[in-house]
Design a protein around this ligand. Sequence first.
Ligand SMILES: [Zn+2]
Length: 282
Amino acid sequence: MRSALLASAAVFAFLVCACARVDGTGRRQLLLTSPAQENQMGAQAYTDAKGKEKPCNDAATIAFVQRIGQRLAQVAKSKDSKFDWEFTVFESDTVNAWCLPGGKVAVYTGILPFCENEAGLAAVMGHEIGHAIARHGGERMSQGAVVGVAGETMGAVLQSQGIDPNVTNISMAAFGGLSQVGVILPFSRKQESEADYLGLKYMSEAGYDPHEAVKFWGRFAKLGSGGTPAFLSTHPQSADRARDLEAKMGEAEKLYQAAPEKHGAGEPVPPRYREMKTGGAP
Ligand SMILES: [Zn+2]
């Protein structure tokens, strides 16, 4: 009897957990993970990534990334998850950037030539932060876990999916985007456009000209034929992207105009990224 009650309580907790709305867009999403669970997995994956990647020691680069990150962190708020922001730069030719649940952000120096300026990187980081605020990692895990869920506890469900919060590599796989574990799990198109929208809002509120986002994604789209950088394989180019961003531009411009400080395109990327070849992009 007692265990039946406990099981009912677990199912109830499950259902409460499962009904959520995305911050900033109001879209309903399925979430079987709690923010605390997601953030714990994010923090662990972050520690692991920092142990594997080479840190960037260039003070100008670190300051550049930190400055943009802090400005975005001021405006990217989550109503039900406490973010403990951290921004790390990896010295790597990999064209990539990501934000794990809880606000653990990494920028690979390989993406900086494409950014050209602060606003370009704000577009990238804003997009990645959008994935984290909207809890897309937890949503993807939940969608994977939903089959055969009835009556099981959260721990059992995660385990049935091979997800153990204490196993770093698996948690990284669950959140994807990390090329070094060899697992690339692209977000859905709906999640991508949601991250685009949230990123555009964040960069505008942080005082960066939102038109720079369209320019960045345009430069980035030209990368297509030149190999498959990690970021591009998790962020497939869609013909709708520029059109969707343009459609949101009126709203973004209002946020930009209301921003207490305006930076326009911001400073150009540090000199060492201006001369670099950008992977065959014309
Ligand atoms: Zn994305």
